[in-house]
Design a protein. Sequence first.
Length: 226
Amino acid sequence: MNRRKYLFLCALLGAFALAFWLLPPGTLTLDSLRAHHQALLAQVQRAPVQSAALYFALYVLVSALSIPGAAVLTLLGGALFSLWQGTLLVSFASTLGATLAMLVSRYLLRDWVQRRFAEQMKTVNAGMNRDGAYYLFALRLMPLFPFFVVNLLAGLTRLGVRRYWWVSQLAMLPATIIFLNAGSELGKLTSLRDILSPGTIFAFTLLGLLPLVTRWLFSRFSHSSR
């Protein structure tokens, strides 16, 4: 491991230690949020700008380190901020965190994986270069694929950071709004299952597949018309 990667790994471990200190086990749960909701709301009313900045930084940290709890943090955003404020904060914080997580995967793992699975990754990279935005859009919208898994896989490809950013921000926006809206009724929620019903999951899956199906149909029609 060269010096840069060693320093990068040390910084990553330091960030994990900071996150563990700020968020001890049991912090990012619905029960914990409900218990501290009124105190947090009062703090936001006393210092709205500082509270928004702290919330944004905390969300980026949780997302970048793939710590379970991003969904609960989104609910908290809906409970503490207005819908437009929460959307702005969560949309950019989640995308920044996801991009940092992708870069961690790429910087620490990509070279080894590319060497170890050269032939397999050649095919994956070709597909991502051709349809990367479509695949990423579909994966982001499908609740079956966890947030951190998509970040990890994207880091092992040659997908550009700029494209990764805007596709992620666009694709995660519908779920962000749904969770923020649900967070405004935090006291009525008993679990995350109350938010994503089977019908909602099915709708997200269809929405995610739409770009891929459209591209496939367009390609098939173009070839048949020649």
